[in-house]
Design a binder for this molecule. Structure first.
Ligand SMILES: *Cc1c(COP(=O)(O)O)cnc(C)c1O
Length: 358
């Protein structure tokens, strides 16, 4: 038996969450975003499970080629486009759709002589102020792309900065901003990430781009994943590898900050920040043992955490859930001062990913 740290990946839950996207955005095509190793769930594993999506979204040509190598034939978009002109022939050869976010990319694609053509999304900066072409420059660049022999079809894409906040008008402004572009008629528009899908129906348009909600994380501040009907996909588990009797006054682990208030049993779980557990999770962050919530105590170590066993009967070998079916990842993320996205992506390679069989 090897080290018990593992991530169970529920592919039926992935499919269920895709169905929720379809219900919320019934008029839109769906690009399932599987970048960053499928948000930590495994790139080809998630892509295969999401084969009912209309398209897939990744960050780079490298991720796209891994999918093509795995036999995935769905349309794939590289959401940051090409990082330098040398990559363009690969986009054409493997029919990967590119995002175009900067003028240098337009110049590069006009100068490329590879035979064939690819589709492109012109990324418009409507208020995120990160990547994209400003509104005033869009019309001219759009015309250049429409004339370019290497580009077959071009659409307009933008990304929402604050769609998770239902009471903020930034999202409505971003959506309106895109609509003001003069020659946008008859070309596809894509705006919504998960938060847009859940909270801003006006943002749906031709293509929605869900990421986090497919994996069972809530994309909005005012609703839990369960409120939206989303199921947890990744259940992260390990086991109790020791149970130790400690005495009143004993300091637990690095820094010695957590002091036993009485004689008590302390459990040691084989899962730490070397597995992707957030090191900033404070004492009190829950884990699940035998269906009960048990608080973390002391500092998170690389390979272990320690837990307070005063309120349960536990045995060495008991399964410990760090998050998943019985403990929402959003709750753990909140305790650790981060977001579910980061927890998912951080699960390291030494954690065995085990896909559920269907
Ligand atoms: C990552 C990404 C998404 C998915 O965002 P979620 O918040 O996870 O739904 C959508 N669009 C673009 C351009 C992205 O980079």
């Amino acid at each position: 038996m090897s080290r018990p740290a593992r991530a169970l990946i529920n592919t039926a839950a992935l499919k269920h969450n895709l169905d929720i996207v379809r219900q919320l955005a019934p008029q839109s095509r769906v690009m399932a975003v599987v970048k960053a190793n499928g948000y930590g769930h495994g790139l080809t594993l998630t892509a295969h499970a999401l084969s009912d999506a209309d398209e897939l979204g990744v960050a780079s040509i490298d991720e796209a080629l891994q999918l093509r190598d795995a036999g995935i034939t769905l349309p794939i978009t590289a959401l940051e486009g090409f990082f330098n002109a040398d990559e363009i022939p690969l986009f054409v050869q493997h029919q990967i759709t590119t995002v175009i976010h900067s003028r240098w990319q337009v110049d590069a694609i006009e100068n490329e002589s590879a035979p064939g053509a690819i589709d492109a999304w012109l990324k418009v900066d409507t208020g995120m102020n990160r990547l994209g072409i400003k509104k005033a420059d869009v019309s001219v660049i759009l015309e250049r792309l429409q004339k370019c022999s290497l580009i077959a079809n071009v659409g307009l894409l933008t990304h929402l900065a604050r769609a998770d906040e239902p009471d903020v008008d930034a999202t409505a402004k971003q959506v309106a901003h895109l609509k003001e572009i003069p020659n946008k008629n008859n070309i596809p528009i894509s705006i919504a990430n998960s938060a847009g899908i859940v909270a801003w129906p006006n943002s749906h348009h031709d293509l929605v781009r869900p990421g986090i909600m497919l994996y069972g994380g809530s994309p909005v501040k005012n609703k839990s994943a369960a409120d939206i009907g989303l199921l947890s996909v990744m259940t992260v588990q390990s086991e109790l590898i020791a149970i130790n009797q400690q005495n009143k006054g004993d300091a637990i682990g690095y820094g010695g900050e957590w002091i036993c208030p009485e004689d008590m049993l302390v459990g040691v779980v084989a899962f730490g920040y070397g597995d992707g557990y957030p090191r900033h999770a404070p004492s009190g962050t829950p884990v699940i043992i035998s269906g009960a919530r048990v608080p973390l105590i002391g500092k998170v170590s690389m390979d272990m955490i320690t837990v307070d066993l005063r309120n349960i009967d536990a045995a060495v070998g008991d399964v410990v859930e760090l998050w998943g079916d019985h403990l929402a990842i959003d709750e753990v993320a909140k305790c650790a001062g981060t977001i579910s996205y980061e927890l998912m992506c951080q699960i390291t390679d030494r954690v065995q990913r085990i896909a559920s069989v269907e």
